[in-house]
Ligand binder design. Structure first.
Ligand code: ATP
Length: 344
C-alpha cells in the first residue's frame, strides 16, 4: 500500500456528488498538486484528506493506518490555508509554537524547533512581531512554519499563494520548492495556477467534476495528455484544438488519421509562421502579443478558426498580414469525437 492511499473516496453535499470515487496512491516524499477548473473538487478532496470534511464512502490510509474516520487532530497532517489563519494577537513565535504547546512538549524543545523553522524560512528576525506587522509573504511563511514545527507526515496546502502579488508569488513558490527539496516531506498542494502546478509537482492530478482525468508528471501531461480536456487545461496559451470538419487545410494534412467527428490538437510551439503560400495552413494575422522573450501570433484560418503560434523571435508581422503556418505534425494530438486521444 502507498504511503497515502485513497480508495473509492466519495463526498456528497446534500444530493450533489462532489467527489466521485477517487482512487489515488501517493508515495512518501512526493509533491502532488491537485489542479482543475473552479468547482471540480480540489479543495474538497484536500479537506477530506485533512479530516475537515467527513468522508461519505471509500477509505483513506496513511502510513499503513486507516484514518478514514480519524479526527483531524489525530491524522498527523498539517494544513496551510490561503488565508494564513494566524492568531492576530500572538507573536510569530507564539503562532509557530502553539500546536507544540498544546501537545505539552518540552519548552526547550519547542524553542529549538521554532528557531530551526524560523531559520529555514528567514523569519528569525520577526519572532517577536505580531502578524499585523508582517508583509503578506512573511505571514504566509509563518503559516508554513507553524506546519513545519509539527513535522507532520503530510503537508497540505490550499492555494497558499493566491493572496500574494505576482512577484511575491513567484518568490514564495521558489521557497516552497526549496523547502520540499530540503525536508523531503510528502506534500499535497491545491492550486488553479498552472505555473505552480508545473514547477512544484512531482506528479499533477487533474480533476474535473469530482473525478480524476489524468495523473502524471508535468511533462507527461503536457506531452501526452490523455484527452482533450487535459490537453487544453495544461499549457498557456491553450493548445489549439480544431474540429477536423471545420478546416479543409487540416483535413488535407490529418484527414486519414482522425476518426469521424474528431479533432486535431496543436501546441502553439508546433506552429511556425512562414510566408503566405508556404506551409500547410494559410491565414491572416488577427492578433499579436509581444511578450518580450516570445511572441504569440493569432492567425485566422477561415471558418471562424483561429490558431495561435508561439514564436521565440521577433517577427516584424503586422495585423492583417497574410501568412502560412508550418505544422510540426509529429507533435500533433489527435482526438476522437468524444475528446479521447486517438493518437499521441
Ligand atoms: P475552486 O477552485 O473554485 O476553489 P474547487 O475545485 O476547490 O474550486 P470545491 O470547493 O472542492 O472546488 O467544490 C467542489 C463542489 O462542491 C462545488 O460544486 C462546490 O459548490 C461544492 N461544495 C463545496 N463545499 C460545499 C459545501 N460546504 N456545501 C455545499 N456544496 C459545497
Amino acid at each position: 500500500m502507498a504511503f497515502l492511499q485513497l480508495q473509492g473516496v466519495e463526498k456528497f453535499f446534500g444530493t450533489h456528488r462532489a467527489i466521485k470515487g477517487i482512487d489515488l496512491a501517493i508515495q512518501k516524499g512526493e509533491f502532488i498538486v491537485f489542479v482543475g477548473p473552479s468547482g471540480c473538487g480540489k479543495s474538497t478532496l484536500l479537506r477530506l484528506i485533512a479530516g475537515l470534511e467527513n468522508i461519505d464512502g471509500g477509505t483513506l490510509h496513511l502510513d499503513g493506518r486507516d484514518i478514514t474516520d480519524a479526527p483531524s487532530s489525530k491524522r498527523d497532517l498539517a494544513m496551510v490555508f490561503q488565508s494564513y489563519a494566524l492568531y492576530p494577537h500572538m507573536s510569530v513565535f507564539e503562532n509557530m509554537s502553539f500546536a507544540l504547546k498544546l501537545a505539552k512538549e518540552d519548552p526547550k524543545l519547542i524553542q529549538e524547533k521554532v528557531e530551526r523553522a524560523a531559520k529555514i524560512l528567514n523569519l528569525s528576525a520577526y519572532l517577536q512581531r505580531t502578524p499585523k506587522d508582517l508583509s503578506g509573504g512573511q505571514r504566509q511563511r509563518v503559516a508554513i512554519g507553524r506546519a513545519i514545527v509539527r513535522a507532520p507526515k503530510v503537508f497540505l496546502f490550499d492555494e497558499p499563494l493566491s493572496n500574494l502579488d505576482a512577484a511575491l508569488r513567484g518568490q514564495t513558490r521558489v521557497e516552497i520548492a526549496k523547502l520540499h527539496r530540503d525536508l523531503g516531506a510528502t506534500t499535497i498542494y491545491v492550486t488553479h495556477d498552472q505555473v505552480e502546478a508545473m514547477t512544484l509537482a512531482d506528479r499533477v492530478v487533474v480533476l474535473r467534476d469530482g473525478q480524476i482525468e489524468q495523473v502524471g508528471t508535468p511533462l507527461e501531461l503536457y506531452d501526452r495528455p490523455a484527452n482533450q480536456f487535459v490537453a487544453q487545461f495544461i499549457g498557456t496559451p491553450q493548445m489549439n484544438v480544431v474540429a477536423l470538419a471545420q478546416s479543409p487545410h487540416l483535413q488535407a494534412v490529418f484527414g486519414q488519421q482522425v476518426p469521424a467527428g474528431g479533432s486535431v490538437g496543436l501546441r502553439p510551439e508546433a506552429l511556425s509562421i512562414t510566408a503566405a503560400g508556404a506551409g500547410q495552413v494559410q491565414g491572416q494575422v488577427e492578433l499579436i502579443e509581444a511578450l518580450g522573450a516570445e511572441t504569440l501570433i493569432y492567425v485566422g484560418t477561415g471558418n471562424g478558426t483561429q490558431l495561435v503560434a508561439r514564436q521565440s523571435h521577433r517577427t516584424g508581422l503586422h495585423l492583417g498580414d497574410r501568412v502560412g503556418l508550418d505544422i510540426d505534425t509529429r507533435t500533433a494530438h489527435l482526438f476522437d469525437a468524444q475528446g479521447r486521444l486517438a493518437r499521441a
